[in-house]
Design a protein around this ligand. Structure first.
Ligand SMILES: NC(=O)c1ccc[n+]([C@@H]2O[C@H](COP(=O)([O-])OP(=O)(O)OC[C@H]3O[C@@H](n4cnc5c(N)ncnc54)[C@H](OP(=O)(O)O)[C@@H]3O)[C@@H](O)[C@H]2O)c1
Length: 287
């Protein structure tokens, strides 16, 4: 039975992977988070991979507080770059395959067609720059790795836009939401399912097609439209008012456009990607 170590298993994506683990008779999932395996501890990481005879690591651990990172760059880099470097070295030492999660924030958002894996990166924030540095560290020290860039992640747990909109719409009668940023939400449960399918593909086909891949749900929307759908499903009585980004300043710059082209992941692993509206309905029904 193949052993899959999940880091950041208490986070949004890590929790969804652990939720799927019971339905995977061929894989044994090992859940870790900062309290049991701190990725900044290189020695602990090596020891864990070796003694637990891990075959795959899915790295869901990260520093994800995008605005806070602007004032907290040292810790952000420690987790998003240095810890990934540790993981890369420990994985290579122990012959472990790595699936690492990255972000649409590696792009500057100036495109107007979906971003391909080969498009030029140009992060605009500390978080985006640290995640890009993590990608580069991983690729240099662990060629036996897959990087999945995702965007607008949400789930039933943790802090995310979907849960914030539900909460605020129950407390207020009107909400302002940015209408000029375009992207695609990603339901963490769907990304978790795709990751399990990628590992199953690797085992079945006896190949691990390394490199960068893009994954989000299908379709395109704005935060404004996403908020409208969230509130309609929640059944709260709140009016959503569209506003431009200029009227909602944040510490860290957001990409204006961050739709990801998912052709490569679909072609390579034959994963089926649900539409974002369908994903939102499924997530809502679990709340
Ligand atoms: N959220 C998004 O919208 C979004 C968008 C695009 C890409 N991504 C990427 O997707 C991945 C998963 O994101 P997510 O939203 O599931 O993240 P999350 O909910 O913030 O979970 C990350 C987990 O990693 C843990 N962690 C932090 N430092 C650690 C360390 N040194 N060692 C081990 N674990 C540590 C965190 O613990 P604490 O909570 O105690 O710090 C948390 O449990 C990340 O790589 C993120 O960059 C996220």
């Amino acid at each position: 039975m193949k052993k899959i170590l999940i880091t950041g298993a208490k986070g949004q994506l890590g929790s969804e992977l652990m939720a799927l683990s019971a339905q995977q008779p061929d894989f044994q999932f090992i859940a870790t988070d900062v309290d049991t395996l701190d990725l900044t501890d290189r020695h602990a990481l090596s020891h864990c991979l070796k003694t637990r005879q891990v075959d795959y690591v899915v790295n869901c651990a990260a520093y994800t507080a995008v605005d806070k990172a602007e004032d907290d760059a040292a810790l952000c880099y420690k987790i998003n770059r240095d810890a990934v470097q540790n993981l890369a070295e420990a994985a290579t030492e122990n012959g472990v395959r790595v699936i690492h999660i990255s972000t649409d924030y590696v792009f500057d958002g100036q495109a107007n067609t979906p971003y391909k894996e080969t498009d030029a990166v140009n992060p605009q924030s500390v978080y985006g720059t640290s995640k890009l540095a993590g990608e580069q560290a991983l690729q240099a020290a662990c060629p036996n790795s897959i990087i999945i860039r995702t965007a607008w992640l949400y789930s039933t747990c943790g802090n995310n836009f979907m849960k914030t909109m539900r909460r605020l719409s129950a407390e207020r009668t009107e909400l302002n939401v940015v209408c000029d940023q375009t992207g695609t939400p990603t339901y963490a449960a769907d990304l978790a399912q795709a990751i399990v399918e990628i590992i199953a593909f690797a085992e079945r086909e006896k190949t691990f097609p390394t490199g960068i891949y893009h994954y989000s749900n299908e379709g395109t929307t704005t935060w404004y439209e996403f908020a409208q759908k969230i509130i309609a499903l929640a059944g709260t009585n709140c009016t959503i008012k569209p506003i431009p980004t200029a009227e909602y300043p944040t510490k860290a710059a957001r990409p204006i456009y961050s739709v990801l082209d998912k052709s490569k992941i679909k072609r390579t692993f034959r994963v089926n990607i649900p539409a974002w509206e369908d994903a939102l309905r499924r997530c809502n029904s679990r709340l």
